[in-house]
Write a protein of this length. Structure first.
Lengths: 520, 160
């Protein structure tokens, strides 16, 4: 073929992809060919049984359809050669709930840990993009025209697929929608006795900003493995008065999806350190990431604080994006101070409060998994938002300490002209210690609304990650894409340590939250 | 020097270093684009009012946050900045708005950084009435479709 024609082919491909995007209300857009992926991942990296969970947005109802929240969790078995030999998932979608076994399915992993996963059940094939952080875990996003969602997957330990293995205290966090279609977050803790019984269950519910206060589980709490799909680590549970299907990762982690319709929940439970928690348990810097819904719309929040082990909080920073309204703490001219209290019963529940002298008061509750990790829920009026609280490294965080390859995941919404799209992103971010454009990314993502459903693959981005010493406070990450159209994403980045960074979008036209996790 | 005195001096020095450290940190972050206004975007159902007026303009894309559809409404007491949430929820309910439409809205006013806005829970036009929020003030665009009838919900079902 003539060399000049060969040179034109990529351009023609790009133009055709752009035209497809412009003319249709759905479709796939593939970016310009990226550099060959580098790394040590391959199909062999995904081998064994994996549990996954995710939540997102699906279309529901008569054309043009409603965007609405949904959740799924499940398990699949990968053979290390690109084949999925079996598995099952539980879905809670707008048509109801279901338990759907997988038939013959496929996957592909490239050297950088990015890949695709196609899971087939009796209703058809669902396509995902994923990025592994290691052979044992990764991030996943649904990237087909039927829905958009994101979450995580972890390799399962089949030795924990029995009632006796689930014997511990567990802290849980689920988010979703109540039967009245309000956003609802429930966090709490319980004891599982290894025989299917649950005791000492406490929870706090936040339904559209209406707080339950700490409550005992109602009667009927239990867990039991499933006889039909037990080999997938599946079981059912009644937690805080709600029915769930669970998938065991190992004895320390369960993935949860609500099975009561029309309500829907997605979340996880984590084995709790068996100690008597007190104010002294919180004694370091902590970074947090929250996501949910406010009276206004989607909300994402990230930040950090230092706890002194005596009930005092200092060095408090926060970035909140409340449906495009961005609030940063400390405010201009304001100062922030706060306190926290652990419950006297020693079970790890607690409250945190801080006040910015200009902006007002922020209130939270938490349940400690250990002195370095907790589930975290905002309890301010009109806000239903929850997430994770993780102890920060002592620092400093520097460009050099963050240099390396990371898997990335983001979720949220974007005002895209007259359309508000739901988005889920999964990809890889490479960081160097250089100044200037020290971050380069490649990602797959969705733009999903009733008006259009677009899936973007291999979209490259670059920009600066600016670290403000000592690096444990708010840092900035700006990523710019050029294809299919120029877009700039502004994030505040809160480093948990050199391996994990929380991201919150601070643009007025989008609400995004997510994280990056180091790859080996 | 007594041991207790040394301990006290150490504590004071550590506290001083912490204060100085925080101060330096704060200076480095001084150029963050912060605002000093109160944060008040919570819907308070107890503050609900009903307003009637004429649509001056409707746009699916508000120029200022919050993200979503936006109406300038002419009422007897002046113009109001009306926020409807996701335009796709209006479209899915086949509810359209145009300049000159007479509407009645039930909702709550909020003081936002962009000025006073009115978050709508219920909007009525002619014989059409559409709830945009739950009784608790949460946008129905989040998960309201799960309350549709089974037949309605099934019409968009795809592969799961």
């Amino acid at each position: 073929m003539n060399r000049s024609i060969m040179r034109l082919l990529p351009l023609v491909t790009i133009l055709l992809a752009s035209l497809t995007a412009a003319c249709n209300n759905g479709g796939t857009i593939v970016g310009p060919p990226p550099p060959p992926p580098t790394g040590n991942f391959s199909n062999a990296s995904l081998k064994g049984q994996y549990a996954f969970s995710m939540s997102g947005t699906e279309l529901c109802g008569p054309s043009p359809g409603f965007s609405t929240f949904f959740a799924r969790a499940g398990s699949f078995t990968a053979d290390g050669s690109g084949h999925i030999s079996g598995g099952v998932e539980d879905v809670n979608v707008c048509t109801g709930v279901g338990t759907l076994p997988f038939t013959s399915s496929t996957y592909s992993i490239s050297a950088d840990g990015r890949g695709t996963l196609n899971l087939t059940n009796s209703t058809g094939t669902t396509s995902y993009s994923l990025t592994l952080t290691s052979p044992t875990q990764g991030f996943v996003a649904q990237t087909d025209g039927n829905a958009t969602a994101s979450g995580s997957l972890q390799r399962q330990n089949p030795a924990a697929f029995s009632d006796p293995a689930i014997a511990n205290g567990y802290v849980f966090d689920v988010f979703g929608a109540s039967s009245a279609s309000n956003p609802e977050s429930i966090i709490g803790r319980f004891d599982a006795d290894g025989a299917g019984n649950i005791s000492l269950g406490w929870y706090d519910s936040n339904e559209a900003g209406t707080l339950s206060g700490q409550q005992l589980f109602p009667a009927g709490a239990l867990y039991q493995f499933d006889h039909t799909f037990g080999q997938s680590g599946r079981g059912v549970a009644n937690i805080a008065g709600h029915n769930f299907a669970f998938y065991v990762v190992d004895a320390t982690r369960l993935k949860l999806v609500g099975t009561d319709f029309p309500e829907v929940f997605s979340g996880e439970a984590f084995a709790q350190r068996n100690i008597a928690f007190s104010d002294a348990s919180l004694n370091s810097g902590f970074a947090f990431l929250l996501g949910g819904s406010s009276s206004s719309g989607p909300i994402a929040t990230a930040g950090r604080f230092a706890a002194d082990g005596l009930g005092n909080l200092s060095e408090i920073f926060l970035d909140e994006n409340n449906n495009g309204t961005v609030t940063l703490l400390p405010s201009q001219g304001g100062t922030v101070a706060g306190t926290y209290t652990l419950d006297a019963n020693g079970l790890g529940g607690g409250t945190a409060t801080w006040t910015d002298t200009k902006v007002g008061t922020f209130t939270f509750i938490f349940y400690l998994i250990s002195p370095t990790e907790a589930v975290f829920q905002e309890t301010d009026t009109g806000i239903t938002s929850d997430g994770t609280l993780l102890a920060q490294t002592a620092g400093p965080i520097t460009p050099a300490s963050l240099a390396g390859d990371f898997a990335s995941v983001l979720s949220g919404v974007t005002q895209n002209g007259s359309i508000v799209d739901s988005n889920d992103f999964v990809g890889q971010l490479k960081l160097t210690s250089a100044s200037g454009n020290n971050a380069t990314g490649i990602m797959d993502f969705t733009e999903f609304s009733p008006a259009h459903q677009h899936q973007f693959f291999d979209i490259q981005s670059s920009g600066p990650l600016n670290i403000t010493s000592p690096g444990t406070g708010p840092n900035t990450l700006t990523l710019t894409t050029t294809f299919p159209s120029p877009q700039t994403f502004n994030f505040t980045a809160y480093a948990v340590d050199a391996n994990t960074v929380f991201l919150v979008g601070v643009d007025n036209n989008r609400v995004l939250a997510g994280s990056i996790a180091r790859q080996p | 020097m007594q041991k207790t005195t040394l301990v006290r001096i150490s504590v004071v020095l550590v506290a001083l270093l912490l204060v100085l450290g925080t101060s330096v940190w704060a200076q480095k972050l001084a150029d963050r684009p912060r605002a000093a206004s109160m944060r008040s975007l919570a819907y308070d159902a107890k503050q609900e009012t009903a307003v009637e007026g004429t649509v001056l303009s409707y746009t699916a894309e508000a120029a200022t946050p919050p993200i979503g559809a936006h109406v300038q409404l002419q009422t007897a007491s002046g113009t109001m900045d009306i926020r409807l949430g996701a335009a796709s929820y209006l479209e899915a309910n086949h509810f359209s708005l145009a300049k000159g439409d007479s509407v009645r809205v039930v909702g709550a006013s909020l003081a936002s950084r962009q000025g006073t806005i009115f978050l709508v829970r219920l909007i009525q036009k002619g014989g059409q009435s559409l709830a945009l929020r739950t009784a608790k003030g949460a946008p129905l665009s989040f998960a309201g479709a799960r309350l549709l009838s089974p037949a309605q919900r099934a019409s968009q079902a795809g592969p799961r």
